[in-house]
Design a protein around this ligand. Sequence first.
Ligand code: 13P
Length: 251
Amino acid sequence: MKKPIIAGNWKMYNTISQSCDLASQLVESLSLVKDVEVIICPPFTSLSEVTKIIKNTNIRLGAQNIYFEKEGAYTGEISPLMVKDVGCDYAIVGHSERRKYINEDNPLVNLKVRTTLEAGLYPIMCVGESLEEREKGVHEEIVYIHVTGGLLGLSEEEVKKVIIAYEPVWAIGTGKTATPLDAQSMHKFIRNTLSKMYNEDIANSVRILYGGSVKPENIKSLMAESEIDGALVGGASLTASSFERIVKFME
Ligand code: 13P
């Protein structure tokens, strides 16, 4: 049985003091949770303070992005070694907002996944189709390209460390969630793709999260699906009480 993961992506919200307040509230409400891997991904500017607050607790830290080189003359970029140094164990890679606004493509996502792994971090690689692609019926093709492109060249040992987040773009921040069955069916498709790329054991060991308008009201029904190993939560991770209810699968 894989341990479920609930990860909060705070996106470009929260000053340092707001981040510290939220992290402190989460430490208080989630300190007894043992059966869920809880990850929070604050903005870069808050990492060094939040890391102190969650030290020696069950809450893990993730970065929202990293650069694909470990160091060098790359003004404004942040190395995976730097986020590791500040206390992160995870890094989100290829989020749809970066694919859309910063033009990140699959080869770049692949480079980032590789560097993240080399730095000793677990990548949370986001994949997912747009509304237009879903309406055209090409959602599986798109997700296939995201998965195979993002994982290109990874060894079996490496791919086992990757966490995949299926986030249909049309469900992000819109209040529209994929139905648990839609999500289950895409997760199954991703699992089959992994099985073809590697083998069934590897495919079963990779954790696949769902993301897109996850709320306390829908977490239970999503988690009831056998292929859904957890959630990547945006908006509802910005309030301690709603994130707590999601982590505890409470409506
Ligand atoms: P929402 O939960 O706000 O829809 O965001 C999902 C997401 O993009 C998490 O990475």
